[in-house]
Design a protein around this ligand. Structure first.
Ligand SMILES: O=C(O)C(=O)C[C@H](O)[C@H](O)CO
Length: 327
């Protein structure tokens, strides 16, 4: 990768389409419904908002890099191997001696409701990501940065890294997408969460909140008004996820629209839908698709994600997505 980066730099070509950073975790998904304390059987899977997006993009054929830190333990080896196996570049994932990797438990989802998750991530190697770990050459090798509010929530230093990464990419003419991905349990208070997430979101080009998140973050109820809040603060495109109803988009130039959701007969687990949505949208916009088509693809990729119990297993390959588009 190092050599490839240098060569591309000389040629003035981007080695990566998208770069992202943040924490991935081992995840144990309950095999039985009910209280996690009573569950005896779990299946190990991979979780992490940013790696879900990275994997979604890689399956669609984009070149993606993920910068992170893992502990020197079996979870760390599992995380690295799983992300790498998806074709995501992990050359900037550092294994830190003496630190641990995070994991989480996820209850078995019932009737399409969001399942309960319990984190074991405090003080993890990835949560200690800090501005001194920023790799300017690596980020510059990408056309686009995808950032989420999860990495921002992990620690003061990870929050500082987020601000630095977004500022740097904007200053260097790269586009930035930001998914607020609110995780209230990871923040000291709702007020701090709202302030910090909005601070980061307003630095980005494309902001992708869910409707509920948009209400919390802006105090507005309607998608139109939530979009206005960000557009008035310098964002160029706001796409608001409306669950089964699809998505609403609005741009700084005044283009707006609603794209209806995809029909899904059997919703297994909604976690990961937003990450699939982001992968669909970012891939389509980087390919130059018109906005309404990009949002349609985002809805489709999100719909794939909710038909399985894992957070990223359902994300489609390019062939699966094309097959759906032709059906
Ligand atoms: O909840 C989190 O913090 C995660 O990153 C795990 C999930 O895979 C992710 O949130 C899904 O968006």
């Amino acid at each position: 990768m190092e050599q490839e980066l240098r060569q591309k730099e000389i040629q003035g070509v981007h080695a990566l389409d998208v770069v992202t950073y943040g924490e991935a975790m081992a995840m144990f998904v309950a095999e039985e419904t009910g209280d996690l304390a009573a569950v005896a059987h779990f299946t190990r899977r991979l979780a992490g908002a940013e790696t879900n997006v990275a994997i979604g993009l890689a399956r669609l054929g984009l070149r993606v890099g993920w910068l992170s830190r893992v502990g020197d333990d079996s979870f760390g080896r599992f995380i690295r191997a799983s992300v790498q196996a998806e074709g995501v570049d992990c050359s900037r994932v550092v294994t830190v001696a003496g630190q641990t990797s995070a994991f989480q438990l996820k209850a078995r989802a019932e009737n399409g409701a969001d399942p309960l998750v319990e984190y074991f991530r405090k003080g993890s190697a990835a949560s200690r990501l800090a501005p001194e770990h920023f790799d300017a050459a690596y980020f510059l090798s990408a056309r686009h940065l995808h950032a989420t509010g999860v990495a921002a929530a992990l620690s003061e230093t990870s929050l500082a890294f987020a601000g630095q990464a977004i500022d740097f990419m904007r200053e260097h003419g790269r586009t930035v997408s930001f998914d607020p991905n609110l995780r209230p349990t990871l923040w000291p208070s709702q007020a701090v969460m709202v302030e910090q997430i909005n601070r980061l979101a307003c630095k980005a080009d494309w902001v992708l909140p869910g409707l509920g998140e948009g209400k919390i973050l802006t105090g507005h109820e309607l998608p139109h008004d939530i979009a206005s809040f960000y557009l008035q603060r310098g964002v160029r495109l706001v796409v608001i996820k409306l669950g089964a109803d699809g998505a609403y988009y609005r741009t700084a130039e005044g283009d707006s629209g609603m794209v209806p959701g995809e029909r899904v007969a059997n919703v297994v687990d909604t976690v990961g839908a937003g990450d699939g949505f982001a992968a669909g949208l970012v891939s389509a916009l980087l390919e130059g698709l018109p906005l309404a088509q990009a949002v349609r693809r985002a809805n489709r990729v999100g719909a794939f994600a909710i038909q399985v119990a894992g957070d990223m297993e359902g994300l489609p390959t390019r062939a699966q997505l094309d097959a759906l588009a032709q059906s």
